[in-house]
Design a protein around this ligand. Structure first.
Ligand SMILES: Nc1nc2c(c(=O)[nH]1)N[C@H]1C(S)=C(S)[C@@H](COP(=O)(O)O)O[C@H]1N2
Ligand SMILES: [Mo]
Length: 257
């Protein structure tokens, strides 16, 4: 074949290839399958959007008349350590809330400093997975502004709450209570570090001096006796690796209600 005719062939092949591609695109656009795929993607986006919107929605709030006269206390009712007993005897004067891990400015806040942070009060229903509910009034520091004060590093995806109590027979690191939430819940307006319950200082059975309220989730996510909040990229290396004391024992990590 001469050079000219080879070039001609290649040109022709190129032209028909382009034509083929165009035709294929046209066919693809026209094909019901392709529009189904696109519609599916839109559906997925809508669903994802709805999930995020739902997660930002507020939990129902109640009126003072709805407050349970005897809000049940559950799990640990008083941490057993000597250190906690000493703190309680001193009215928690030396309690610190540490915020560390993947943050720009680690914090160690006194309760007075925590009380000076932007606060919120809410009357909500607590639902325990065991099947009981109680309504209580909570006041505490909003977690969002607190986390912003520490400044999350870009890799941070979860907050882990380390508690002062052990639940279970070992009373060692294997049954230390802990919990974790993602950043959507961390910045939810009703997510607070509560230091008051029903207009009084938070009682010991309910998590004194500070407990998490994360109102869109079941009771076991609401860590009591919080000492340290650690920002992490992933919680596989903490406790049993499932994100919480009860999660390590089979409960769902995401306990949305
Ligand atoms: N540190 C700690 N937090 C905890 C628990 C616990 O045993 N220890 N129990 C969880 C469970 S299962 C529930 S239902 C609530 C109970 O909170 P309450 O005692 O204020 O009702 O706390 C949750 N947070
Ligand atoms: Mo619970």
């Amino acid at each position: 074949m001469s050079g000219a005719s080879r070039r001609g062939l290649i040109r022709a092949a190129g032209a028909s290839l382009a034509g083929l591609t165009l035709a294929a695109c046209d066919r693809l656009n026209a094909s019901p399958g392709f529009s189904r795929v696109l519609a599916g993607a839109e559906d997925l986006t809508r669903r994802a959007q709805r999930m995020v919107t739902d997660r930002k929605a507020l939990a129902r709030e109640f009126s003072p008349a709805d407050i349970s006269p005897d809000f049940k206390a559950n799990g640990t009712l008083r941490p057993s350590s000597a250190a906690y007993a000493a703190q309680a005897a001193a009215g928690f004067a030396d309690w610190r809330i540490v915020v560390d891990g993947l943050v720009e400015r680690p914090l160690s806040l006194s309760l007075a400093e925590l009380r000076a942070m932007p606060a919120r009060t809410q009357i909500t229903r607590h639902d325990c997975v065991e099947g009981w509910s109680s309504i209580g009034k909570w006041t505490g520091a909003r977690l969002g502004p607190l986390v912003d004060r520490a400044g999350l590093k870009p890799e941070a995806r979860y907050l882990v709450f380390h508690c002062a109590d052990h639940l279970g027979p070992n009373q060692d690191a294997t049954d230390r209570y802990y919990e974790s939430i993602d950043l959507i819940d961390a910045y939810h307006p009703q997510t607070i570090l509560a230091y008051e319950m029903n207009d009084a200082v938070l009682p010991v059975p309910h998590g004194a001096p500070v407990r998490l309220r994360v109102e869109r989730q079941l009771g076991y996510k609401h860590a009591k006796y919080v000492q340290r909040i650690e920002a992490v990229a992933d919680f596989a290396h903490i406790g049993g690796g499932k994100g919480g004391f009860w999660e390590d024992r089979g409960y769902e990590w995401y306990a949305g209600i």
